[in-house]
Design a protein around this ligand. Structure first.
Ligand code: SAM
Length: 285
C-alpha cells in the first residue's frame, strides 16, 4: 500500500469495516483513469458516493468546480476533513446515501454548475440499490461513473441472448446508456476484495427508448419474466404475475404482441417487453 495511505490510516487508528464495503483504491493511475473517464471541466459538479479517505475526491476536486461527497462512516469524517483541507470546493456530508435527500443536493448543486456527474467506488453490498435509486428519481444529472464488482457491470451492460442479460440490464438501460470503461484488478485495493471490479459509465437518456403505458407495470412484467430464467415467458408470466385465471388474457396479449409463448425472457428485447406490457394492459378490465 502506498505509504501515504498507510500513514493516514495509521495516524487515525483506522480499521476497515467489511460490512461497509471498505476497499480503498490505492493506485493513482486508476484514480486518474476514473476521473478522466468523467471528462470534467471547471464548470462541472460532482456528487461522490463513499469517499473513504478521499483519494478519488481529491482528484475530482482538481478538475471540477464543486464536489459534494456522502460518507456513511463517522470515523472517516475527521480523516476526510484533514486530507481534503486544501480543497475549499469539497463539501463532506456524513450521511448514508440511501437515506440522504440526494434530490435536494443535486438541485442545489445544479444552481452553480453546468453538468452533474455522480461518481464513486461503490460499496459492493449496496451497488444496485444506489444505482437504481439515482436512476428512478430521474434527477437532472448527466452521467454516473462507478467502480463496481465486474459481474454487476456485466449485468447492467448486457444485451439480449447473453447469460448476464436480465431485469437489471433492462431497468438500467431504460434510463441510461451503460458503457464498460475498464476492468480493474483486485490488487489495486486495500484490503484486497475477492472479486475483480470494473468502471462503468452510465450516460443518462433524455427520454426512455421505448414507450410504455405504465412504467411500474412494465417493470413488473420484466421482473416476472426473469423470475425463473430456465422457464418460458408463458410460464413465468402466468405463475409470477397473472395467475391461471388470466390464461386467456395472457394468450391474447402475446398473440397481439407477436411473441411466441415458448420463448424465454433472456431472448427478448426491451421493445418486446414494452409491447407485451402495453398489450396486457389494453385488455385488462
Ligand atoms: N472512495 C474510496 C476509494 O475509492 O478508495 C472508498 C471506496 S470504498 C469501496 C466504499 C466507501 O463507501 C467506504 O468509504 C464506505 O464507508 C462508504 N459507504 C458504504 N456504504 C455507504 C452508504 N450507504 N452511503 C455512503 N457511503 C457509504
Amino acid at each position: 500500500m502506498p505509504s501515504r495511505t498507510k500513514e493516514i490510516l495509521e495516524e487515525h487508528g483506522f480499521s476497515f469495516k467489511k460490512s461497509l464495503g471498505q476497499n480503498f483504491l490505492i493506485d493513482i493511475n486508476i484514480l486518474n483513469k476514473i476521473v478522466d473517464a468523467a471528462v470534467l471541466d471547471d464548470e462541472d459538479g460532482v456528487i461522490e458516493i463513499g469517499p473513504g479517505i478521499g483519494g478519488l475526491t481529491e482528484q475530482f476536486a482538481k478538475k471540477a468546480k464543486k464536489v459534494e461527497a456522502f460518507e456513511i462512516d463517522r470515523r472517516l469524517i475527521p480523516v476526510l476533513e484533514q486530507t481534503l483541507s486544501p480543497y475549499p470546493n469539497i463539501t463532506i456530508h456524513h450521511q448514508d446515501v440511501l437515506k440522504a435527500d440526494v434530490e435536494d443536493a443535486v438541485n442545489k448543486l445544479r444552481e452553480n454548475v453546468r453538468h452533474i456527474t455522480v461518481a464513486g467506488n461503490l460499496p459492493y453490498y449496496v451497488t444496485t440499490p444506489i444505482i437504481m435509486k439515482l436512476l428512478e428519481k430521474r434527477l437532472p444529472i448527466n452521467q454516473m461513473i462507478f467502480m463496481m464488482q465486474k459481474e454487476v457491470a456485466d449485468r447492467i451492460a448486457a444485451a439480449p441472448d447473453s447469460k448476464d442479460y436480465g431485469s437489471l440490464s433492462i431497468a438500467a438501460q431504460y434510463y441510461a446508456y451503460p458503457e464498460k470503461m475498464m476492468i480493474v484488478p483486485k490488487t489495486v485495493f486495500v484490503p484486497k476484495p475477492n472479486v475483480d471490479s470494473a468502471v462503468l459509465r452510465l450516460k443518462l437518456r433524455e427520454a426512455p427508448p421505448v414507450q410504455v403505458k405504465d412504467e411500474t407495470y412494465f417493470f413488473q412484467v420484466v421482473k416476472a419474466s426473469f423470475a425463473q430464467r430456465r422457464k418460458t415467458i408463458w410460464n413465468n408470466l402466468q405463475h409470477n404475475l397473472l395467475g391461471k385465471e388470466n390464461r386467456d388474457l395472457l394468450a391474447d396479449a402475446l398473440k397481439r404482441a407477436d411473441i411466441d409463448p415458448q420463448r424465454r425472457g433472456e431472448s427478448m428485447s426491451m421493445e418486446e417487453f414494452a409491447t407485451i406490457s402495453n398489450e396486457l394492459l389494453s385488455n385488462q378490465p
